[in-house]
Ligand binder design. Structure first.
Ligand code: AMP
Length: 613
């Protein structure tokens, strides 16, 4: 098998330059870089966590908050707090028909374009929203290391299609990052694992169950060579779906259906958070009880069993594609927060009967691998060789709507394959080349990536022109296609822009906007962020006190009101840390109160609805 070396453009990257390794996740995102040969994960300002919630909140005045502070708004401002953006990346509205009802914010159908998110009277593409998360991560590193970071390696699920990969790359560009490489999450995880492993020759399975996506990859590791043998997955299967199953169960217990929460986004969001809390609790305990909400492990396992079985079926398919048996696997690497669910581990142990490697935090392993790959691209890890594969077959539509596969799935990337076609009608001057990605025989069941027309074919009888269609997949998994009539050398070439991709013009405009924003001095920006976060907290805390007088004690109201006043008093200072100190005090005090209020409110609301129904 030909080994393709990764592009080590040593001279291109300045010696001290930081290249970021970014895990842009559905639920959380992380950023890492390599220092003295080791991946370092960047922590938040409290030094506690490496995870940045992939959540954005638009305040009433139009300011944007990203991360933890935005996550705090999920319940109080469900319609202006955006989560799970990764699930929308590279998707058109019709791809999301069932999912849109599950979101507490609004997504809109823009004809022939990627879906957009509506907040108030403004519209944002998932690319712009992802770019904001990336900018936040970039700034985190820049303010910690006091350097600028303009280059990055960003990870994507192995099963992301062309549109989703391009959208990710566009988001990076929009965030002011030169995206040196898009790499697959399981491959990144394998890099991080390989970096720590003593064994030099192993076959591993990387099982990645995150918030919104599932990926399985089988890799052969041998002396610094990472050879992906096969990959499989589902870009719409993850922890969010587990939460949804719990919600459905709780509603059914009360004789309600999901539509019962359609009208009340705050209620829906509260129940969603409660479901996630129950799920996480059950990863370490046998039962969950909070107010009227209870769930035990046995019921939970029954609820999620079909979902886990789906991941196992895909795991078996990946093994088949790699022409291996489960006994050939030496180790299983777990990636993604949802692999903490005990049933996942149980089922995997049954299937493979081998050790599950859990030395690296499943949340952090991908970002660490991305940083190692970034370091390799900087020319610092000369003994690393990455041989990735394309997750989906690529082909063109032929007569009768059939898919003619040109590059089969699990082919090594980069890849370049040409295939010859001809005309079906005498004197045909134009040939439409419609490009699809997927495994089904009929193109209508696969995803259309785009189409183009080879024009000016000289008149010839049907079957005589020789049209060579050349597919090229680059190391990011992104596709370029050329078509040429060989006798006359009539040619056309396109980079497949997703059928619903953003136009160059749109991208240009977005870039100008982002450059404008980048001019804002970093320190000023940090202070503005602190002030925004502080005012938003004052607003929501005051509202909270007003709405929850009945369940708060007098002392609690007095303490919280004093803390709100203290925070208000420092909102005009020029030291962001002073503001954050007051924010922390108020947050820590109000958290258990909010929890209590949430329990109370959900119970009341659901009881009310049960009665009404
Ligand atoms: P990721 O996209 O990899 O950040 O994974 C996030 C997903 O993992 C979310 O659906 C979380 O609810 C889920 N998750 C995080 N911690 C746990 C846990 N202890 N038990 C079960 N699921 C978890």
């Amino acid at each position: 098998m030909a080994k393709i070396s990764i592009n080590m453009k040593s001279g291109e990257v300045a010696a001290k330059e930081i290249i970021l390794g970014i895990d842009l996740g559905t639920t959380n995102s992380l950023v890492s870089y390599v220092k003295d040969g080791r991946p370092v994960l960047v922590k938040d300002r409290t030094g506690q966590s490496t995870l940045v919630p992939s959540v954005l909140h638009f305040s009433e005045s139009g300011d944007l908050i990203v991360g933890d502070a935005a996550k705090d708004k999920l319940m109080t401002h469900p319609e202006s707090t955006i989560y799970s953006v990764k699930r929308l990346l590279g998707k058109a509205y019709q791809d999301l028909s069932d999912y849109s009802n599950r979101l507490s914010y609004k997504i809109i159908d823009v004809e022939d374009q990627l879906v957009k998110v509506q907040v108030g009277d403004k519209f944002y593409s998932p690319i712009e929203l992802s770019a904001e998360i990336l900018k936040h991560l970039k700034q985190r590193v820049e303010s910690e290391l006091k350097v600028t970071a303009n280059k990055a390696v960003i990870t994507v699920p192995a099963y992301f299609n062309d549109a989703q990969r391009q959208a990710t790359r566009d988001a990076g560009k929009l965030a002011g990052l030169e995206v040196l490489r898009i790499i697959n999450e399981p491959t990144a995880a394998a890099l991080a694992y390989g970096d720590q492993s003593e064994d030099t020759d192993e076959t591993i399975a990387v099982y990645d169950l995150g918030g919104g996506t599932f990926d399985i990859s089988i890799l052969q590791l041998s002396d610094g060579v990472y050879d992906v043998l096969s990959t499989n997955g589902d870009t719409f299967l993850g922890g969010d779906d587990v939460d949804e199953l719990i919600i459905k169960h709780w509603l059914e217990e009360r004789g309600l259906t999901v539509s019962a929460m359609d009208e009340d986004k705050t209620l829906a969001q509260s129940v969603r958070l409660k479901a996630e809390q129950a799920k996480k609790h059950l990863s370490a305990n046998n039962s969950f009880a909070s107010g009227d909400f209870t769930l035990d492990r046995e019921i939970f396992d029954t609820l999620i069993s079909p979902l886990i079985e789906t991941t196992l079926a895909k795991t078996k398919a990946a093994l088949r594609d790699a022409e291996l048996d489960s006994t050939d696997i030496d180790k299983i690497i777990l990636v993604g927060g949802s692999t903490r669910i005990p049933l996942v581990k149980e089922k995997l142990s049954q299937l493979f009967n081998v050790e599950i490697y859990n030395e690296i935090d499943p949340d952090e392993v991908v970002a660490m691998g991305a940083a190692l790959q970034a370091d390799s691209l900087a020319g610092n890890q000369s003994d690393l060789l990455l041989l990735d594969v394309t997750p989906l077959s690529l082909g063109i539509e032929t007569v009768g709507g059939l898919m003619d596969t040109v590059i089969p799935r699990n082919s090594k990337v980069p890849a370049s394959v040409a295939k010859s076609y001809t005309t079906s009608v005498d004197g045909q001057a134009n040939l439409k080349v419609a490009v699809f990605q997927g495994e089904r025989d009929l193109v209508e069941h696969n995803r259309k990536l785009g189409e183009f027309i080879l024009k000016g074919i000289p008149p010839m009888p049907a079957g005589i022109p020789k049209i060579k269609v050349h597919f090229v997949i680059d190391a990011d998994g992104i596709i370029k296609i050329k078509a040429e009539e060989e006798r006359t050398q009539t040619r056309t070439e396109i980079t497949i822009k997703s059928q619903y991709g953003i136009s160059e013009e749109e991208m240009g405009k977005m870039l100008i906007d982002s450059i404008k924003n980048a001019k804002v001095d970093m320190e000023t920006k940090a202070l503005v962020d602190a002030k925004n976060e502080g005012s938003a907290l004052v607003f929501s805390a005051e509202k909270f006190i007003k709405q929850n007088k009945a369940i708060l004690s007098e002392e609690e109201i007095a303490t919280m009101s004093r803390q709100v006043a203290d925070l208000k008093a420092v909102l005009d200072v020029t030291d962001k840390d002073v503001i954050y100190a007051k924010i922390t005090v108020l947050n820590e005090y109000s958290e258990p109160l909010a929890e209590r209020a949430m329990n109370h409110n959900i119970s009341m609301a659901m009881k009310g609805q049960s009665l009404k129904d």
